[in-house]
Design a protein around this ligand. Structure first.
Ligand SMILES: [Zn+2]
Length: 205
C-alpha cells in the first residue's frame, strides 16, 4: 500500500466518522437504533485506521467499508471537498484488492465486452464455456466439509447453503413446489468473514 493510498483511506474514514459523530450527539434527531449503528461503524473505521497506520493487512469487509466511505468523494466530480482525484485512485485500488466471485468476474468481463460493439458472438460463447467449466452445474468441486459438516479448512460448523426449488406454474400461479437440493454450500468463516461474528457462538457451543 503506497503512502498516498494510506493517507486517503485515513482521510475518508476520519471524514465519515466526523459526520457520524455529529449524528450521535444527544441533541441529534437520529433514533437510538441508528445512533447505535453509527457508533459501531465509527469503531470499525477506527480499527481500520489503526491497522492501516501499523501497516497490517486489511480484510475484505474493511475494503467494503472503505469503498462506502470513499463514495461521497468519488461522486464529488466538481471536487468541492478537494479529494476527487484521490478518491478515484482509492476506488481503483479497492477494486484491485477486492476478491471476485466467479459470477462477478464473469459480469465484469461481459460488461467490458458489451462496450465494444465489434465483440464477436464467439467471444461471449468462449466466456460462457469457461464459466461452465469452472463451475460444472454450479457445484463446488471436491469435499469442503467433513462427515459432521465441519469446514475442512478451518473446522467451523457454520455454513451458508443455497437450495434450488422447482415450482410448477399454471399461468402466473404457483401450483406446486418441490423442495430442492443444496447446490452450493460455503463455510461462513472462510467465505463471509464479515458475517461470521454473528454466528460465531454456534462454533463455541
Ligand atoms: Zn472454513
Amino acid at each position: 500500500m503506497n503512502e498516498e493510498i494510506k493517507a486517503e483511506i485515513i482521510f475518508v474514514l476520519d471524514d465519515d466518522n466526523e459526520v457520524m459523530t455529529t449524528a450521535v450527539e444527544p441533541h441529534s434527531n437520529l433514533d437510538e437504533e441508528n445512533k447505535q449503528m453509527n457508533r459501531e461503524l465509527i469503531k470499525k473505521h477506527e480499527s481500520i485506521i489503526a491497522r492501516v497506520e501499523k501497516g497490517e493487512k486489511l480484510i475484505q469487509e474493511d475494503l467494503l467499508l472503505i469503498r462506502d466511505a470513499n463514495e461521497i468523494h468519488l461522486n464529488d466530480e466538481d471536487n468541492i471537498n478537494g479529494h476527487h482525484r484521490q478518491a478515484v485512485q482509492l476506488n481503483d485500488w479497492v477494486d484491485k484488492m477486492t476478491e471476485l466471485t466467479k459470477k462477478q468476474a464473469m459480469k465484469i468481463l461481459e460488461e467490458h465486452l458489451d462496450r465494444d460493439s465489434h465483440t464477436p458472438a464467439k467471444v461471449y460463447r468462449a466466456l460462457h464455456t469457461l464459466w461452465e467449466e469452472a463451475t460444472p452445474d454450479d457445484l463446488v468441486v471436491g469435499p469442503l466439509f467433513d462427515d459432521e459438516g465441519k469446514c475442512l479448512k478451518c473446522g467451523s460448523k457454520v455454513s451458508f447453503a443455497d437450495t434450488v426449488d422447482t415450482m410448477v406454474f399454471v399461468g402466473n400461479e404457483i401450483m406446486k413446489r418441490h423442495n430442492g437440493d443444496i447446490t452450493n454450500r460455503n463455510c461462513v468463516k472462510c467465505n463471509y468473514p464479515g458475517q461470521y461474528p454473528e454466528y460465531e457462538h454456534y462454533d463455541k457451543e
